[in-house]
Design a protein around this ligand. Sequence first.
Ligand code: HEC
Length: 234
Amino acid sequence: MPLHLLVLTARLDALPLAWFSGRRVPAQRQGGPAQRGRVPPGGNNSRFGAVLLVMRVRTLIAAFWLLLVGPTGFAAEAPFGGKSSVRFAEKLWQALQGRGLVGEGAIHSRPYRGQHPHGAVLDTIEGKLIVAGRGGVVIVKRNYGGEGVSVSKVANNPDRWLKAVTVMFRRESGYDPENRDWFWAKYAPDGRLEKNANGVWLAGRVAKGSPKGCIACHRSARGNDLVFNNDRHR
Ligand code: HEC
């Protein structure tokens, strides 16, 4: 369990204790020497029982809350497909569009024969891009396919055969240190994000912890940089 959750659970349990001792002190002061040490009628014992109950309820709430947010903790999002990943993917697409790397009239490189799962024909462009005020390496892979697709057909009319745009963007260090801090996204040709078979948006650390998906497959790339095309990003 992450540390902040432990602290939070401990705080929830400490709350009624603080309330309990806060009430007891003035009661004793009023009592004078003769009453000191005696339990007031219907006093501390029943109050203590109530406090225990409150504590239990709070612990239950904390446990339920833990179940809800899962072991990754409160503000921490799922590794991919969450709100902030989707928002970042939108900004990434806008930045790519601003540089003419996606969308209508996008710059193309020479297409070549590809392989599963990316597509029968591919093209790859790499450079630097500023997203949300921060610069990083970006690699854009366009995935072409369809009945009768060929390299020359794609070269002549790329938009006609474009099936998906898969992007890797290197984020700030610490974003995903085990995986070289890459942000992954898969878009339809018009820039809408795609979902996986479970209905989760393909944006973020896709699909960290799973034996399939962008990260799992790209980890087999030479150079330990999760990039197949070159080994420049170790
Ligand atoms: C089953 C394996 C596999 C999966 C899953 C996969 N890729 Fe790839 N990817 C490759 C291979 C192989 C290449 C090199 C293809 C080539 O250029 O011939 C590649 C290339 C790329 C490149 C160009 C940079 C490079 O590594 O050469 C990008 C960008 C990319 N993939 C993004 C993604 C994204 C985003 C996902 C998930 C939505 C994904 N890939 C899922 C195998 C995979």
